[in-house]
Write a protein that binds this ligand. Sequence first.
Ligand code: CU
Length: 199
Amino acid sequence: MKSKLTILAITINIVIFSSVRMVNAGDIKGNVKVLGGKGVEYALIYIEKIEGRLFPLPNKNPVVDQIRMTFVPHVLPVLVGSTVAFPNSDSIRHNVFSPSKTKKFNLGTYPAGITKKVTFEKTGVVSLLCNVHPEMSAFVLVLQNPYFAMVDKQGKYKISDVPPGDYTLVIWHPKFKSKNSKITIRQEGSVTVDFFLDE
Ligand SMILES: [Cu+2]
């Protein structure tokens, strides 16, 4: 009797859990190709705007590291209001600055072991540079909502648990013109959106 009840309880749990999951969200996925075939992993896909909702900031600060004279990652998407940590993991000194109007800042030149931080209060593109090494460059994309994903090296992406609604899905890449696509997320299932970046 007891084991039957347990099974019943588990079954009810599964039904409730999966129906909640279905009512609340859908997924967006797809394939991305870029002209020339290289660097597709620097593409970022995001929902432009979701009205009437506040989104909690992540518990951990997103990070742009400096390793072997390179900013890692090259493209970092963050939710607006996020504080990004900029450690220096090299044995040489680096500087981090941005001339972008979304967030103009200069952290100065600092050695290994030091981490500096910047809070991004406005949405938009922030380009990162190092005035010691002109070849160093990276981008922080400050976004209105947490429904974003980087494209992987195979050109695939997936954004999970998106609330139902009509949205504009945007693709951003450091070397190509952005494109967008109107999408409708229903209460369940997934939407497939493919992109080809060619200019
Ligand atoms: Cu540098």
